[in-house]
Write a protein that binds this ligand. Sequence first.
Ligand SMILES: [Fe+2]
Length: 203
Amino acid sequence: MLFNRIENMFSEDEIKHFLNMTDNIKTPVNEDGSFVYDDTTGLSVSKDLGRLQTTLEKIDSEHLMIKLRNIANSFVDFDISLMGATYVEYNSKYGTPNLPPHFDGDSTELIINYQLKSNTSWDIGLNTGIYDIKDNCALVFNPNESIHWRPRKDFKPGEFVKMIFFRFTNAKKQKDNSHLRYTLDHEAFEEANKFRDKLDNKN
Ligand SMILES: [Fe+2]
């Protein structure tokens, strides 16, 4: 499986549920009003990635948990369980939104890369391909088999892309992919980097 696409993943009420969870997130700020970078409390802001990131501790809905499990199970032929959900907002107020080609190097077998809300478009790169994604749609792939990344993009002030990453692992036997935590200049990423660089010249 390279990837699958899910269109119209959640209903309006379900989207509202996630927006309620994420709209109240308080971004850590220093006394001078600047953002706290690399906080280790589960909520962090990365200048390099230009994003706010936080763990969604509890998806407070049995219905949603079952729905997510059923979706994930439809893509694999083994028992799978939800490891966690991470909310991410890319926005230039946090830094320079950027995602170079990488593997996750963790035990994720399947990630549902869900776009919750945006006011600009930003494609997703998988290996040497590029795929568009819209609000309430998701790309599903294995982030330890597919090199994933984003094209370089200048975010204008106020532009944002809000994502939720639902990560699933093998329920019986978790894989150790820590050897895939290559540095960004590793030769494994050469083709993807070349492809990504070429896109810069087109814009
Ligand atoms: Fe990743």
